[in-house]
Unconditional design. Sequence first.
Length: 256
Amino acid sequence: MHRPPELAATVAEAIMQRRPLPAMTCRDLAEGYQLQAAVSDLINNGQQAGFKAGLTSSALQKHFGLQAPLLASIYLHGKLESGCRLTAGQKQQIECEIGAIVDSNGNPIALLPIVELVYLEFSRAEDFTIANAVAANLGADRYLCGAISPWDKSLQTLTVTIEKDGIFHSTQSNQYSFGAPEAGLRWMVDEAKKRDLWHNTKQNKIMLLGTCGEAFQAEAGNYKISFGTLGAFLFSIEPSHSRACRRPHHQGRATA
């Protein structure tokens, strides 16, 4: 089913301004991915940053009646580096993820630790469906990138240790339904091409392989997150009413 361009623009504007999404009625995953492509092109101005895998645990897939994970696009303006300060609203969550960099053909180049901030809120409760979530890129917002390491196809599991304000918070680990990160990366590239989301450009892409453990509330504080052999990085979250340093959103692209 063809989706009017006005809907993609309205969804894109809500995402960029971190507002609840407008009324959405995607009937199935095919429609969700079709709208996702249009929304992502508007936000990224026709370019491409990469992708994230969602619902990568077998338990979540079973809960939602899925046979495989889901795929979403990430945004060029959302990339941040270790040491940054940022704001986060009450409904934003943090996800710790193993990341990879791939070339224009999808071949792996490197690994890196990534912390993602997600925000997914619908204006109408009845719109919270898998298809609509896919259309809204599964709440993709900002993602903090750590140091880059050479690609290691032997990597299986990784323990992530989270500290907040110098106090132990929790540990997480990757339990992906698709197995090791290498298998997950292959699935993501294949799925992006299958869903007509992959842009054949010369630029490398960043791939977020799915949440290690569970997402947790993005509360104000100073964080240190250690990703084992992939290293650790620091960042701070300030209350949303404060003037934290952050990369500004591109204004106006959604309605261009």
